[in-house]
Design a protein around this ligand. Structure first.
Ligand code: NAD
Ligand code: TDX
Length: 336
């Protein structure tokens, strides 16, 4: 079996590629990643010479390049993770989000259809459901009500994917996962930003009152779920994935400070994110019941291991934060 993973040089994509190569010895992986600021070949340095792995530097919105690749190397399935993924960047400008997340998904769907790709998995997010009050959970039938340019682009991609099922009976599945954390997460996101700032004795910018709630899941639990859904999910269905692990941002800041032996004074309240969603929480009963998935990494162990990973991989995030990784890219792969 051959699988195309898009966005495989990013945070979740790199874990997924590694997991497949390590756990599915019959599966070949083609990684389609255009290497934006968020992609990093270092994330897959340990598998780059694996004969079952190839990376092609192609944008998912480049129809010609994608179709040529699929002509040359047919695949059985596409797992679409390529995205602009950071909400704060989408508030600065939504244009790249529309190009990759919306147009790119449509290009991929059409390429999959014209090449007879058997299954298409769209990796989406709980943010498409919008914001919850203090109670309740998002189920797969909750209405889509995205609030940021990022989440609106992801919701658009979900609708395009579901439309391909209804219109063409194309074999597609959509997954909607809660916030991930773990190694190799780009240090613009809450947990790696705070951990790496802590290691540099820099302040932790906590947005607003710090009481926004997210439902956190270790990235390894997410990628296992993605593989289970690809193998055993039903066509045309949506599967929520979540850790049943809600925390306010302030609780996370305190937990990280405790783990790192830092005073709470490192936490500095700053202006709130525009349109900041108050609470996300996922009802993941469908995937638990139908596919037998459940999270395996506990929050306390996962957070401790994540802090240790950033402590032990200083070079990885220092190159990112200093910008020298971009210089490295330009030398290795041409102008970005
Ligand atoms: P990331 O930003 O770490 O990585 C994105 C990857 O996509 C990068 O390697 C980048 O180079 C690549 N990419 C961007 N534009 C591309 C394009 N046009 N063509 C090809 N490649 C392109 O993102 P992530 O956090 O790993 O998220 C992966 C997916 O999972 C996204 O679709 C995101 O919406 C979804 N998701 C993320 C989370 C989370 O907490 N991080 C939660 C739920 C869902
Ligand atoms: O410096 C910060 N200070 C802060 O208080 C940052 C970067 C974030 N925050 C808050 C905003 C959110 O309430 O922390 C929470 C988490 O923020 P992010 O790490 O930016 O994640 P979020 O906006 O929740 O979105 C993430 O989860 C869903 C991913 O980035 C998305 O790609 C995914 O779809």
């Amino acid at each position: 079996m051959r699988v195309m993973v898009t966005g495989g040089l990013g945070f979740i994509g790199s874990h997924l590629v590694r997991w497949i190569l390590n756990h599915q010895p019959e599966v070949e992986v083609i990684n389609v990643d255009s290497l934006t600021y968020a992609g990093n070949p270092e994330n897959l340095a340990d598998v780059k010479d694996n004969p079952r792995y190839r990376w092609r530097r192609i944008s998912v919105s480049d129809s010609l390049a994608l179709n040529t690749l699929l002509d040359e190397s047919p695949v059985d399935a596409i797992m679409n993770l390529a995205a602009e993924s950071h909400v704060d960047r989408s508030i600065q400008s939504g244009v790249p989000f529309m190009e990759t997340n919306v147009l790119g998904t449509q290009v991929l769907l059409e390429a999959a259809r014209s090449h007879g790709v058997k299954r298409f998995l769209q990796v989406s997010t709980d943010e498409v459901y919008g914001s919850l009050g203090p109670d309740g959970l998002f189920s797969e039938t909750s209405p889509l009500a995205p609030n940021s340019p990022y989440s609106a682009s992801k919701a658009s991609a979900d609708l395009l994917t579901l439309a391909a099922f209804h219109t063409y009976r194309q074999d597609i599945i959509v997954t909607r996962c809660s916030n991930n954390y773990g190694p190799y997460q780009f240090p613009e996101k809450l947990i790696p930003l705070f951990v790496t700032n802590g290691l540099e004795q820099k302040p932790w910018p906590l947005y607003g009152d710090g009481l926004n709630v997210r439902d956190w899941l270790h990235v390894e639990d997410h990628v296992r779920a993605l593989w289970m859904v690809l193998q055993s999910g039903s066509p045309g269905e949506v599967y929520n994935i979540g850790g049943n692990n809600e925390h306010t941002n302030r609780e996370i800041a305190h937990a990280l400070a405790d783990l790192m032996g830092l005073p709470y004074s490192i936490i500095v309240p700053v202006a709130d994110r525009l349109g900041h969603d108050r609470r996300y929480a996922i009802d993941a009963n469908k995937i638990r019941r139908e596919l037998g998935w459940q999270p395996e990494v506990s929050w306390s162990q996962g957070l401790q291991d994540t802090v240790a990973w950033y402590r032990d991989h200083r070079g990885w995030w220092e190159r990112i934060k200093s910008g020298t990784y971009l210089q490295y890219y330009r030398n290795q792969y041409g102008v970005l």
